[in-house]
Design a protein around this ligand. Structure first.
Ligand SMILES: Cc1ncc(COP(=O)(O)O)c(C=O)c1O
Length: 389
């Protein structure tokens, strides 16, 4: 087991609970776990023995999922929760106290933005947003009370890239926690901890599931930090259901294979859209025209599934583009085997002003594509058809 590569270990890891010789792990739909006697129960509650006690705390299916992600990311420890947002909120709430300050990348997922901008200030936790394009501003934003730097890379929806090696060095020099939302890349394309991050966070709802079925979130990283996050989560209850963990754990066994195909399809889509009449720009990490192409090549093993491009003609043209699609799905999710297309300016980011949208790279005609696992020729035909419509 020790000499196996992370991918092999992620495929072969299984909750150690086989009773009937089952090859595939069973589903542990149980709220609690029974004790032999009063002494065992006492020792379990005292934390003197490690065992399952109550599914708000741990459950074999959830533990198995965490172990797989931990192995893939090369992390010391991990914890899974009910959604990506539950994991992000528990990371903030478990590690920050009143008076602490967070430096965050301006282009982050909308709900993360809302936690930082509207919720954490209620408890006296402040933040400063900085721009991906301006590394000097990151250093300047760090104050004595800064406890965490929080970034996404690639970012949602504009597919910007943050240099993790540089940021990992900065975080360690300044003694602050670096937490990375690794949702777009997944652990098989990017391992933030290798570059000095302390925590890597996932919406497991996305590529880890890969078929748009269940919600989930996972955070992995340095053990003392995970213990704090677990302690917060155990008390407050954003627990992952055993069923969702069971689905996600099986899906992780095919994650590497799926990401390879997602990336190949997305690269082809990006190449075919670039320079096409009606398309003013295309963002994909592994396109040489991406402003951080070199950084992406250094820290990611492939470009992933997400492509962002801008159609000429602004918001109305963006909406008409969506209406002209016949294959791609219009839905709020991403990371599915089915290609999904969204228009952030009229949906997820409609509440921002145009100025705020521009600051995070969302042009009026920006289209975000989560390229799926269909035959790529059909996806390209659908996108090209909608561009011509
Ligand atoms: C980058 C990123 N982080 C976090 C989330 C939140 O994940 P969930 O919907 O599982 O709570 C999303 C959802 O789209 C996302 O795209």
């Amino acid at each position: 087991m020790e000499e196996w590569k992370p991918q092999t270990r992620a495929v072969r890891t299984q909750a150690d609970v086989t009773r009937h010789g089952e090859h595939s792990v069973p589903l542990f739909l149980t709220s609690s776990f029974v004790f032999e006697d009063a002494e065992e129960m006492r020792a379990a509650f005292a934390g003197e023995i490690e065992r399952n006690l109550y599914s708000r705390f741990t459950n074999p299916n959830v533990t198995e999922l965490v172990e797989k992600v931990r192995l893939l990311e090369g992390a010391e420890a991990g914890h899974a929760m009910a959604s990506g947002m539950a994991s992000i909120f528990a990371t903030f709430a478990g590690l920050l106290s009143a008076g602490d300050h967070v430096v965050a990348c301006r282009s982050i997922f909308g709900s993360t933005h809302r936690i930082l901008s509207d919720l954490l200030p209620r408890w006296g936790i402040t933040h400063t947003y900085v721009d991906v394009e301006d590394p000097a501003s990151w250093e300047a934003a760090i104050r004595p009370e800064t406890r965490m730097i929080f970034v996404e890379t690639p970012t949602n929806p504009a597919v910007d890239i943050v240099d993790l090696e540089w940021l990992g060095g900065l975080a360690r020099d300044r003694g602050v926690i670096l937490a990375v939302d690794n949702c777009f890349a997944t652990p098989v394309l990017q391992r933030p901890l290798d570059f000095g991050a302390h925590l890597s966070i996932h919406s497991a709802t996305k590529f880890m599931d890969g078929q748009g079925r269940v919600m989930g979130g996972v955070v992995v990283g340095d053990r003392p930090l995970i213990e704090e996050i677990f302690s917060f989560s155990r008390a407050t209850g954003p627990s992952l259901s055993p069923f969702n963990a069971w689905v996600l754990s099986k899906s992780i066994e095919t994650l590497a294979l799926r990401m390879e195909k997602h990336s190949a399809n997305a690269m082809e889509v990006a190449r075919r859209l670039e320079g096409r009449p009606g398309v003013t720009s295309v963002r994909y990490p592994f396109l040489p025209s991406h402003p951080r192409y070199e950084v992406a090549r250094r820290q990611m093993s492939a470009g992933g599934a997400m492509v962002a491009f801008t159609v000429e003609g602004g918001v109305e043209r963006g909406r008409r583009f969506l209406d002209a699609l016949t294959l791609c799905s219009l839905t709020a999710n991403l990371g599915d085997s089915r290609t999904i297309v969204t228009h952030p300016a009229s949906t997820t980011h409609a509440k921002l002003t145009e100025e705020e949208r521009t600051a995070v790279g969302i042009t009026p005609g920006l289209i975000r594509v989560s390229v799926g696992l269909e035959d790529v020729e059909d996806v390209v035909r659908d996108l090209e058809g909608a561009l011509g419509a």
